[in-house]
Design a protein around this ligand. Structure first.
Ligand SMILES: C[S@@+](CC[C@H](N)C(=O)[O-])C[C@H]1O[C@@H](n2cnc3c(N)ncnc32)[C@H](O)[C@@H]1O
Length: 253
């Protein structure tokens, strides 16, 4: 647990680009062992959060492309949400979070924190639905997005389906980011995306995340398939580092 002063210092070092409103909320969130929610007072906060480094990198990448319409799968306590909202707020944009369990399992903490951050609630929409349903609604609406952050159910097939559906609403030039790159399921999806789809890896410093830029719409032949990496432990250091090394070697030269 960090003190408010330590969080402020880390935010100052890693994320000088964020607004005062986001900074105030993030200091409170990262330095508290319990946070208020719409459903529960003072709920104990666990590990379900992205790091300050990761949040800052995600925020920076989205600001670089002037992202105005964004989506995340997996809301929980809303740490990533504040980082993403800060990125779109810079352009008066909108951010969506999909999570069927926000109130039932997470006490509405994410919702409460968004509401507590000046100006953010009116840029935000929570979709109380499973990702397959909410993403299908987005596809049907014909709307396009500038960025998607995938951090919902982390099983391989859930992540790959989230990617498959989200890709259909992501514009060319948009960002698709995956949390928890330390998990074999997520690493395998990242390897599939890198080797089979028109996406390029975006250089960034958080080894817990893979961020890709979409470089073209899907135009593969019906039988296209390039084998991808599903085994990541080569015995050389941590598995997160291995995949980061592999992706860098393979796609950034
Ligand atoms: C690791 S937490 C998200 C943490 C959040 N991104 C943050 O940084 O603060 C994962 C979330 O995914 C949600 N989730 C699980 N399965 C889902 C699904 N099928 N569709 C949407 N959300 C799902 C869970 O309720 C949980 O809130």
């Amino acid at each position: 647990m960090y003190s408010a002063r330590e969080v402020e210092t880390e935010l100052g070092d890693l994320a000088p680009q964020i607004s005062d409103a986001a900074r105030e909320t993030l200091v409170r969130m990262y330095s508290s062992s319990a946070l208020d929610g719409t459903e529960e007072k003072a709920r104990t906060i666990g590990q379900e959060k992205i790091s300050i480094l990761q949040g800052s990198e995600l925020n920076r990448i989205l600001k670089d492309i002037k992202a105005a319409k964004t989506l995340e799968i997996g809301f929980a306590y809303g740490f990533s949400t504040i980082w993403l909202l800060d990125a779109v707020a810079a352009h008066g944009g909108t951010h969506n979070a999909i999570d069927p369990f926000e109130k039932r399992r997470w006490g509405g903490v994410g919702l409460y924190q968004v509401n507590q951050t000046t100006g953010f609630d009116k840029l935000f929409k929570w979709h109380e639905a499973f990702s397959i349903h909410a993403l299908s609604d987005f596809i049907r609406s014909g709307d396009t997005l500038d960025a998607v952050f995938i951090d919902g159910n982390h099983r391989f097939d859930d992540v790959v389906v989230d990617f498959y559906l989200a890709d259909q609403v992501l514009r060319v030039g948009g960002i698709m980011a995956f949390d928890d790159l330390w998990m074999d399921s997520v690493k395998s999806v990242a390897s599939f995306v890198a080797l089979n789809r028109h996406y390029e890896l975006v250089p960034q410093r958080a080894s817990t995340m893979a961020a890709f830029r979409k470089i073209a719409d899907d135009d593969r032949l019906w039988d296209h398939y390039v084998p991808f990496e599903t085994t990541h432990n080569d015995g050389q250091g941590s598995r997160v580092r291995q995949l980061a090394r592999y992706l860098k070697r393979r796609f950034l030269g």
